[in-house]
Design a protein around this ligand. Structure first.
Ligand SMILES: [Zn+2]
Ligand SMILES: [Zn+2]
Length: 585
């Protein structure tokens, strides 16, 4: 796991400005409809935005412009947004501000859409447009809005609640705050106009930033791990990894970490979970005091939970309702024997070693993780999962793990997960089926029982138009590479036995056909971007051949045209790919 610092530029403000510009142009020509959109005078920012969005998309559907007004004083039919006085007459109760569930229903001609003020109402509006009018926000760039001659409203009665409380869809595509809001993702904090984002862990591997060796080691080497009889720390320049651990039985370490995490909460009160966790480095402390606790608990995690529980207890007095998170990762993955995480501790597990050809329940290679997770679930009030859904060694290579996405999310939910982070191709566009996976993961995190076949088919035809049938054919072919004996992990390689020349050649043919039948230039670009993993795989397996038959040029053209910066998680991957192909004999 790497520490991810995401400096994201959010375009929401610009987009809102555009929305207003649109409005003034359509306000003039459009016939006003009888319906009005009713906002409460105390509507939240996200409710106000949701009303504007509703107005905008209903106009896109029908050409009809529904005025928004900030009071219910209107005799005609209304679409009432957010919980307000007029809704209380329907006998419903006001939801909590941060309640993300929502409902929409009809009463006579009036339509009511509401949930919690922070995000529930907003999600209700988008789901209304999605379910009742077929609006799709497939990617930040591609929205599909079915047209209608006239706006006709039906009778509605729909309720929905999030299946997973913290939903972190960690694809580059999913970082767009508007796309995320429209697809009910809340796993990031920077939704400027949509308050209530709940991403939690402001980082992981926080021992180092909370207690930097540069600050303490000279004066207090005893704060750090005793390894082979020596207090130790290392820094590798230009690397994300922090090579130090703390001596957790040292009272001053507990005092400093507690003070500093409280300071973090004071400085960043908007988060839900604050992280106190081991660095990305083995080397737990071997001192007698630390090891006595480890021995008693028969696990390194026993020492970790003993430490984190004390931090959490101290934090709770000042900040009830906030959680302290920690990792059960590598040497701490095995749960402790006696001690249990406190009620305000969230243990985060990482199935980094898992086989992703098969789900957690059906592969013998996943038994040990599943076992650990189930034991953690038994002793913990709640868990959080940092999951991995792409091939980190080659983001853009075929990676047939679609079949496990849903069943694993369901397994996490069964095991008390309040949050799931689906770490994916986060630095750049261009990951294998990135658009589809980001979209599907959003649907699954909201509702783990989503019918994935329906979502995939809808995406194939909605996003790829007439090419969708062929893309689906390629998709099915790629998923069929998985057999009961074929296990894959997060570092799949181009030369692994799962891939054959026959697969590559058939896939190239399917894509040639799909490109030919593309409805327009824009869809053609989407199809080519989807073909890139196959071209890339061919280049990796046969660099000289791919250079002479034009596959390499095609791949590089797509990479440049689409502004792809990362072919894998590490840096400089495009340069390395170029060298690999261009210098091959
Ligand atoms: Zn120690
Ligand atoms: Zn397997």
């Amino acid at each position: 796991m790497k520490y991810i610092s995401s400096t994201l530029i959010f375009l929401l403000f610009c987009s809102t400005q555009l929305l207003f510009a649109d409005q003034s142009s359509f306000q003039k020509d459009a016939e006003p409809a009888a319906y009005r959109i009713i906002l409460s005078p105390t509507a939240s920012e996200s409710e106000t935005w949701a009303a504007e969005e509703l107005q905008h998309w209903l106009y896109e559907i029908s050409g009809e412009y529904l005025p928004v007004q900030r009071n219910a004083d209107y005799a005609g039919p209304k679409i009432v947004i957010g919980y307000q006085d007029i809704i209380s007459t329907t006998g419903t109760e006001m939801p909590a501000e941060n309640d993300e569930s929502f409902q929409y229903f009809s009463k006579g001609k009036d339509i009511f859409i509401y949930g919690g003020k922070q995000r529930g109402t907003m999600y209700g509006v988008f789901s209304f447009l999605e379910n009742e009018f077929g609006c799709r926000w497939y990617t930040p760039r591609v929205t599909v809005i079915p047209k209608k001659e006239k706006l006709v409203f039906g009778q509605y009665n729909y309720k929905s609640a999030p299946g997973i409380q913290v939903r972190n869809d960690f694809y580059f595509e999913a970082f767009d705050p508007i796309w995320a809001a429209r697809n009910k993702m809340n796993g990031r904090m920077n939704y400027v106009k949509q308050p209530g984002g709940v991403e939690a862990f402001w980082a992981v591997h926080t021992f180092y930033p909370l207690m930097p060796p540069a600050e303490f080691f000279d004066r207090h080497p005893e704060y750090y791990s005793l390894i082979n009889g020596k207090r130790t720390f290392e820094i590798i320049k230009n690397d994300h990894h922090q090579l130090a651990q703390l001596c957790l039985s040292n009272k001053n370490v507990l005092r400093i970490i507690t003070e500093r995490i409280k300071q973090k909460i004071r400085q960043n009160p908007e988060y839900m979970i604050y992280d106190v966790s081991q660095n990305d480095y083995y080397n737990a402390c071997e001192c007698d005091k630390c090891q006595a606790i480890v021995k008693k608990e028969e696990a390194e995690s026993g020492l970790m939970i003993w430490f984190v529980n004390q931090v959490a207890e101290a934090v709770e007095k000042e900040y009830p309702g906030k959680y302290i998170g920690t990792l059960a990762y590598q040497y701490t993955r095995k749960p402790p024997l006696n001690i249990k995480p406190r009620k305000n501790v969230v243990v985060r597990l990482c199935p980094i070693e898992a086989c992703v050809a098969h789900d957690l329940k059906s592969c013998e290679r996943n038994t040990s993780f599943l076992d650990d997770m189930q034991k953690w679930a038994t002793i913990s009030p709640q868990l959080y999962i940092w999951d991995y859904v792409v091939n980190f060694a080659h983001y853009i290579m075929p990676y047939p793990n679609f079949a496990v996405l849903q069943s694993n999310i369901k397994t996490f939910k069964e095991n008390k997960c309040i949050g799931i982070m689906e770490q994916a191709a986060y630095q750049s566009r261009g990951g294998e089926f990135s658009e589809l996976k980001a979209y599907l993961i959003a649907k699954l995190l909201w509702n783990p029982d989503t019918n994935t076949g329906d979502v995939i088919d809808d995406f194939m035809y909605g996003y790829y138009g007439h090419s969708g049938r062929l893309i689906k054919q390629y998709f099915t072919l790629a998923q069929s590479l998985i057999t009961p004996q074929q296990h894959i992990k997060i570092g799949l390689r181009p030369t692994d036995a799962i891939f054959t020349d026959e697969f590559v050649n058939t896939s190239v043919q399917i894509f040639n056909e799909a490109i030919k039948v593309a409805d327009n230039e824009s869809i053609k670009s989407r199809v080519e971007l989807t073909a890139l993993p196959v071209y890339y795989l061919k280049c990796r397996r046969d660099p000289a051949g791919s250079r002479s038959d034009g596959t390499y040029d095609k791949a590089m053209n797509i990479i440049q045209r689409e502004g792809i910066t990362h072919l894998a998680e590490s840096e400089q991957t495009i340069e390395r790919f170029k060298t690999f192909v261009e210098e091959a004999k």
